[in-house]
Ligand binder design. Structure first.
Ligand SMILES: CCOC(=O)Cn1cc(-c2ncnc(N)c2C#N)cn1
Length: 299
């Protein structure tokens, strides 16, 4: 298992940035020896995060499963929005879990849409009756489906910090009203389409986070799209509003980490212990199941 904690050395590529579970590289121009300014290599690791920690136990194939799922969604969404994908012809060391993408002028907004009320959105609703300034019907409980997906943007917080919810007016102030309306409408449409496809396969997408960049005046979908890392995946057959829903992909991890068997406490502030092999295997199987159910392909 490669060491997932440090960026890989990829001959011909310069490391640009590491997120919690993905790393960004730039191809190096052989003539100048400088990183190219027009392309990036987006590499998904097998790292998994839970309770805001990056766990010591990588999940084998997670990077490849989520990369292939994101690529499938990009193609499913091409009628709605252009995307940044150039090629999957990438170095052998990251084959299957990396994508060569067009470097865009990224918009400084985490574009979140919610089809169900939970997490931070539920907290805001409980306190104010609204989410991102959007008033919602009274009496909603954790896990309730919203009348329709709503746009609930956030700031792009530095690594390790939580994104801050911002009202639509702040997005307009940041990127202008026209562009704000375009990314709002696209984000909602992406989640709507995602749930149309996923519901028929027994999965509910409670919410999702997408990122857009600009290619001139054109809004282009970047980053990853509708994966279990960017969206809450819920098993449809266990959906029951009124309490936190089980996660399609992270339930085994969460249940073991919060069980006496782990010897760990969420409130301890300490890093969680490594996962037992069976929890790793069950979690891998859930990522593969989500991929196979949604795409109809065999991993
Ligand atoms: C470690 C992973 O970090 C991210 O994916 C966030 N991020 C995306 C970009 C980006 N920048 C220009 N063009 C793009 N096509 C992209 C993309 N995707 C930068 N950070």
């Amino acid at each position: 298992m490669p060491d997932e904690t440090v960026p890989l050395t990829l001959p011909g590529y310069a490391h640009v940035y590491s997120g919690k579970v993905r790393d960004l590289y730039a191809p190096v121009d052989p003539a100048s020896g400088q990183p190219r300014g027009d392309q990036l290599l987006l590499v998904a690791s097998d790292r998994i995060s839970a309770f805001d920690f990056i766990l010591d136990s990588p999940i084998p194939d997670k990077g490849e499963v989520l990369t292939r799922l994101s690529l499938w969604w990009f193609s499913q969404l091409e009628d709605l929005v252009a995307n940044h994908v150039i090629s999957t012809d990438v170095p052998d060391a990251v084959r299957g879990r990396a994508v060569l993408v067009e470097r865009l002028e990224m918009l400084p907004v985490e574009c979140v849409a919610r089809a169900y009320l939970t997490g931070g959105g539920l907290g805001e609703y409980t306190a104010t009756g609204a989410v991102s300034g959007i008033a919602l019907p009274a009496g909603l409980v954790d896990g309730d489906r919203l009348p329709g997906p709503i746009f609930t943007p956030s700031t792009k917080a530095p690594m390790g910090e939580h994104d801050e919810p911002i009202p639509f007016s702040a997005v307009e102030a940041e990127i202008g009203s026209d562009l704000a309306a375009r990314v709002r409408d696209l984000t909602v449409a992406i989640l709507k389409r995602g749930n149309e496809v996923a519901a028929a396969r027994g999965i509910l997408l409670a919410d999702t986070k997408v990122e857009f960049g600009l290619r001139g005046d054109e809004v282009v979908l970047a980053d990853e799209v509708l994966t279990p890392d960017s969206s809450r995946f819920w098993p449809a057959d266990q959906w029951e509003p009124g309490h936190p829903q089980p996660s399609f992909d992270k339930q085994f991890v969460r249940e073991w980490l919060t069980s006496p068997a782990s010897g760990w406490s969420k409130s301890s502030g300490e890093a969680p212990p490594a996962l037992p092999e069976d929890v790793v295997a069950q979690t891998r199987a859930k990522y593969v199941e989500a991929f196979e159910r949604l795409t109809g392909e065999t991993f």
